[in-house]
Design a protein around this ligand. Structure first.
Ligand code: NAP
Length: 287
C-alpha cells in the first residue's frame, strides 16, 4: 500500500516514519514541499503522489499564536483539510486525520467520549474542529479521525524538552497544577496509527497514553526521571501554581482526559501504557 504522509517533520510524522511497517511504501511530505495555505501546492502534492492512503499529521499547532493568526490557523487546520478530504473522496483514497482534545472545552468531570459534543474555546481548537467536520461531511464514515493530546517526542519542540532546558538554566520553576490531561509519547501513537491502518478502521477514535497528570505532575516526573537517567545534573524546586497565575493568550482545557475504552478494545495488540513508563522510555532515547 502506498501511503502519503503529510506533516512528515511533525513530532508524530517523525515517529510514523521510524515505525513504518516494511510492507508500506511511504511518501513523506512537509512544508515547504507542500504548503497548506496554497490550494495549488496541495493539489500538486496529491496528484504527483497518487497514494492509496493519506495520513495528515500536519497542522497549525501554535496554540497561543493562533489567537492572532486566525486566518492562517483556519487555512491550515480547516480549508486545507477539506481540500485533502475532497481529493480523497474523488479518488477513493483512505484518509487518516489527526485531531485534538482541544475540540472540547475542558469543563467536565469524566473523560470525554466520542459521543460528547465538541465545544472548543481556543482558535486552534475551533479550527481543528472545523477540519474534523469537513472530513466527516465529505467522507462520511469512510475516514479515520484520531484525537490525541499532550504529545511529545525526542524529535521537535515540546513540554519535556522545555522542562529539561529550564531545569538546567533556572533555580526554581512554577508550573500550573489545575489543568489535567495525559502526556502522550508520539511513538506509541504512531504505532497505533499503523495498527488502525492495518485494520482498515474508520470513524473517530481517541488515543493517548494511560493515566492522568497535571502539567505540574508531569514536570515533577520529568525532573525525577531525567535525574535518575543522568540527563540533568541538578534538581530544582518545582512549585504548583494556578492557571490564573500563568495567563496565556489561548484558553486551555482544564480537563483534557480522553476516553480510550473503544480504542483499547479495538487495538487489542497494543495494550495501554502508563504515561510515566512512556516518559522514561523517551528520556532513555534522548540520553
Ligand atoms: N502537540 C500536541 O500536544 C498535540 C496535541 C493534540 C493533537 N495534536 C495534533 O497532532 C498532530 C501532530 O502534532 P505534532 O505536535 O506532531 O505537530 P508539530 O510537531 O507541531 O508539527 C506540525 C507540522 O505541520 C506542518 N505545517 C505547519 N504549517 C504548515 C503549512 N502551512 N503547510 C504544510 N505543513 C505545515 C509543520 O511543518 P514545519 O515543521 O515545516 O513548520 C510540521 O511538520 C496535529 O494534527 C496536531 O493538531 C498535537
Amino acid at each position: 500500500m502506498k501511503v502519503l504522509l503529510l506533516g512528515a517533520n511533525s513530532q508524530l510524522g517523525w515517529e510514523l516514519q521510524r515505525t513504518c511497517p516494511e510492507k508500506i511504501q511511504l511518501i513523506s511530505c512537509d512544508y515547504p514541499k507542500v504548503d497548506f495555505c496554497s490550494k495549488t501546492s496541495i493539489k500538486q502534492c496529491l496528484e504527483t503522489s497518487k497514494p492509496d492512503c493519506i495520513i495528515n499529521a500536519a497542522a497549525y499547532t501554535a496554540v497561543d499564536l493562533a489567537e492572532k493568526e486566525i486566518q492562517t490557523a483556519f487555512k491550515v487546520n480547516h480549508e486545507a483539510v477539506a481540500d485533502i478530504a475532497q481529493y480523497a473522496g474523488q479518488n477513493d483514497i483512505r484518509l487518516v486525520h489527526i485531531s485534538t482534545d482541544y475540540v472540547f472545552n475542558g469543563k467536565n468531570y469524566r473523560p470525554w467520549t466520542i459521543e460528547d459534543s465538541p465545544c472548543p474555546e481556543s482558535v486552534y481548537g475551533k479550527s481543528k474542529l472545523e477540519g474534523e467536520i469537513a472530513v466527516r461531511d465529505i467522507l462520511k464514515n469512510k475516514a479515520l479521525i484520531i484525537r490525541t493530546a499532550w504529545l511529545y517526542s525526542s524529535h521537535g519542540e515540546n513540554f519535556v524538552k522545555t522542562m529539561l532546558k529550564l531545569i538546567t538554566k533556572k533555580n526554581s520553576l512554577n508550573v500550573v497544577d489545575d489543568q489535567v490531561g495525559t502526556p502522550t509519547w508520539a511513538y506509541g501513537l504512531a504505532k497505533g496509527v499503523w495498527e488502525f491502518i492495518e485494520k482498515s478502521l474508520s470513524g473517530i477514535f481517541h488515543w493517548t497514553d494511560a493515566g492522568i497528570a497535571s502539567w505540574y505532575d508531569f514536570a515533577i516526573a520529568i525532573q525525577e526521571e531525567a535525574m535518575g537517567l543522568g540527563l540533568i545534573t541538578k534538581t530544582i524546586p518545582i512549585l504548583p501554581i494556578s492557571s490564573k497565575e500563568f495567563p496565556t493568550p489561548a484558553q486551555r482545557p482544564f480537563y483534557g482526559i480522553l476516553d480510550k475504552n473503544m480504542t483499547w478494545k479495538t487495538t487489542a495488540g497494543l495494550n495501554p501504557v502508563h504515561w510515566r513508563v512512556q516518559l522514561r522510555a523517551m528520556l532513555k532515547e534522548l540520553n
